[in-house]
Design a protein around this ligand. Structure first.
Ligand SMILES: *Cc1c(COP(=O)(O)O)cnc(C)c1O
Length: 414
């Protein structure tokens, strides 16, 4: 293997690979030192990682970056891991940004289904597990709707960390099985993801678990942030007009927003921001309700239901960060019902040849709705996130039987 073909992190000097200065509570501003384990802040809200961006700007430029291999670790300096030896990598490729196939308008899809474990949860868990390894964690636990658990299982297995995963009992079967195959303990709970989260929270002391729930540890968001870095780079450092993001816990939306601020502080982009559009399912839309009510925090959504499992999140600890980003960007939050979600999936598959996950299909339906009601122009450069491969989800039955011992009626196939 040539040097250039090595993963990016092996190309970066080990003497100053990261520029982390401290962690800061997103709500209260409380500051804590890095390099030790942290969960939520004193006020029970997420910590965000802060960097010496001025020093980073002196040590890294766009040309150096452009010459690195196309993987997530090309953004090494923007990430918190201190020692390269703690990086647990399963091949986090840069994901394609492509014109939405068969759709007129200026619509682009960032296809995150290409990542390890088939979803963008790999970005976050790659970082969370690498940091857990760096900080000496032996056991991790999390509630999941499927994809996060699968990514945690895989990275924990690679890191030699024990993983305990709790999911609602109607989580897609593929997720449950891949989690088990990748060596995690998986428990199917008769409740929703927040009920699973309570089991983790209540048990963590007795079980000596590090709680890897969405935004309850500071590093998953740093991994998800790379979506914003990557998008900016792929767009030639000119941010698009609108980003449609399927919002559960909101890590990706908050992470991209953070990435844009860091890039501006580096002097790599200007102050223009895309409209951040939080897409939820009508059966579970706490952020949409809070947005419309004009409040800073969302209430628990009762009886949450949608087949788009990744966005069935009745309560998000980072709700205020999602709402802030959406409002500051001039964006909005929008709910799509399941029937429309699956119609959008079928439409893109049949007419564009691209199988979206239901959550990705929700963003496509949201774009269509926003163009129809004039909130977004068809020629505005809009980005959809297809967060997982469509292959992980139930699909309609299909296929006709054919008896090879009978005369085949080719005419009937026309
Ligand atoms: C987790 C997940 C989401 C929601 O992502 P957040 O950043 O947690 O809001 C959307 N779609 C899929 C497929 C997911 O797995």
């Amino acid at each position: 293997m040539t040097y250039d073909a090595l993963p990016s992190w092996q190309n970066v000097d080990d003497d100053r690979p990261t520029f982390v200065t401290h962690l800061e509570c997103g709500l209260s501003g409380e500051e804590v030192p890095p390099d030790r384990l942290h969960g939520l802040s004193t006020v029970g809200r997420p910590f965000l990682v802060r960097y010496d961006l001025a020093a980073m700007a002196r040590s890294l430029n766009k040309e150096t970056l452009a010459a690195r291999p196309p993987d997530m670790w090309r953004y090494r300096e923007f990430l918190p891991v201190r020692a390269n030896e703690n990086i647990i990598s399963l091949g986090e490729c840069m994901t394609p940004l492509m014109p939405a196939p068969g759709v007129p308008g200026n619509l682009w899809i960032k296809d995150e289904g290409r990542l390890p474990t088939g979803s963008f949860k790999a970005r976050g868990l790659c970082l969370a597990v690498s940091m857990a390894k760096e900080l000496g964690v032996k056991r991790m636990a999390m509630p999941t709707n499927g994809n996060a658990g699968a990514a945690m299982a895989a990275y924990c297995r690679a890191a030699g960390i024990e993983a305990f995963v709790f999911c609602p009992d109607d989580t897609p079967e593929t997720n449950i099985r891949e989690i088990a195959l990748q060596g995690a303990r998986i428990y199917c709970v008769n409740g929703l993801i927040n009920d699973c989260g309570k089991i983790v929270g209540d048990g963590k002391e007795a079980m000596n678990w590090f709680d890897a729930s969405t935004l309850k540890e500071p590093y998953r968001i740093e991994g998800k942030k790379t979506m914003g870095l990557e998008l900016a780079e792929q767009c030639g450092w000119q941010l698009p007009d609108a980003i449609f993001y399927p919002t559960g816990g909101g890590t990706g939306l908050i992470g991209m927003w953070k990435a844009f601020d860091e890039l501006e502080a580096m002097g790599w982009i200007g102050s223009k921001r895309p409209k951040m559009i939080a897409v939820q399912a009508s059966g579970c839309a706490p952020i949409v309700k809070a947005f419309e009510d004009g409040v800073e925090h969302a209430e628990l959504w009762p009886d949450a239901h949608t087949q788009a499992a990744g966005i069935r999140v009745p309560a998000a600890v980072g709700d205020f960060l999602i709402l802030r980003a959406v409002r500051q960007s001039g964006g909005f939050a929008i709910a799509i019902d399941d029937e429309t979600i699956f119609a959008a999936r079928d439409d893109m598959a049949r007419n564009g040849g691209m199988l979206l996950c239901p959550e990705g299909a929700a963003t496509y339906a949201a774009w269509q709705a926003a163009v129809a009601d004039g909130r977004i122009g068809a020629q505005d450069r809009s980005i959809l996130f297809n967060c997982a491969t469509g292959l992980k989800y139930p699909m309609p039955e299909a296929g006709q039987t054919l008896d090879r011992h009978q005369t085949i009626d080719y005419g009937a196939m026309a």
